[in-house]
Design a protein around this ligand. Sequence first.
Ligand SMILES: C[S@@+](CC[C@H](N)C(=O)[O-])C[C@H]1O[C@@H](n2cnc3c(N)ncnc32)[C@H](O)[C@@H]1O
Length: 356
Amino acid sequence: MKRPVAARWETSINRQLANAMGFRRMDQFSLQTFHEVCRQIDFRTPLVGLLGEFQRGAIADVDRLQETLAVETHLGVLAEAWDSVLPGFPACPWKRRTLTWEYHRGARDAYLKQLIADIVPANVGPRRLIVNPAAVFGRHARALAKSLPEFDVIGSDIEPKWNRLYQFVNFWRYHNLTNYQFVQEDIFNPDARRLPATIAFWGACGSVTDGCIDCAIATNTPFLICRSCCHDNIGGNTHVVRRPGALNRFFVLKNRLLLKEQLQQTGAYFCNRYGKSAYPRSQAARDLVSSDTLIAVAQNSVDSDICRSLIDLDRCLYLQEHGYDVVYREELFFAHKRDLNGGCRHTTGPRRPCCE
Ligand SMILES: C[S@@+](CC[C@H](N)C(=O)[O-])C[C@H]1O[C@@H](n2cnc3c(N)ncnc32)[C@H](O)[C@@H]1O
């Protein structure tokens, strides 16, 4: 799809802006450069910009031109920052948020695994454990265990049956994998005695992502490398604003089934601690947006890049407030703890204990 001239123009503006800020494409990962670049990243400005777009109604328009333009305008600098510290991002050729776009996330999942394998071993201290919450089948965790034999890898999920099924079907592929273990665990009540080098996940629905983030903070985990998903389910929300399109219908149906599961009180997906009032997560976003507005954003997020990004930008600010430096691009987060031995230096929001 040829991008509109205005969108290309905006992108070139962002490139100039990024150059002015000194972001250059990376050759090799350096933790020091990562932290230097992160010190210049401002998540508040794009949050304010996208909030304005949401309030103006520039979301999920029929031809998506407004939305594409808005996302490129407000998030272009963040994409450049990502590219300046991490290797080639697998940009999806499919620009609109559709079922096909969702299908293409496989490339980004493979990319995240490669980042972990390439960067973590050389950049962590003595910790030798990688934890993958919401692991479902445990396929990503097993793949990591295979490529990083010097690490122990735990795949955890509240529901163990999919991991068992995968183990059965792939017995010959993984039967001698000794450094992988599955643990049945509710991420809202994780084992805080475990001290991972990295918490990684590939799509943790709604508040499950926030549970994983808090688990990383509580365990002082150096790296958090992950992809968020199902932003509509933050704060216990299951309502989706109806719009035409298969993706929208799919999520409406998914939430009907999810709601059923919630009503059965399995403990999956939702937790009282992560109800509506727990959003926005960051103090910085709390100064700008109310819980009601953020839940309205979530209800519109299924087919809107603006809305998904808004929820994730709040998470980036929250990570910054809790001692992490972070780069963010299209639902992927790459975060590293700033000051692993001492206290946390906050760049935004009030100083508060961050490693409780
Ligand atoms: C959308 S799936 C994650 C996708 C997956 N990572 C993948 O790409 O293969 C969501 C998973 O989160 C798990 N889950 C839901 N609530 C949870 C909780 N409270 N603690 C841990 N896992 C949870 C579900 O059991 C489900 O397997």
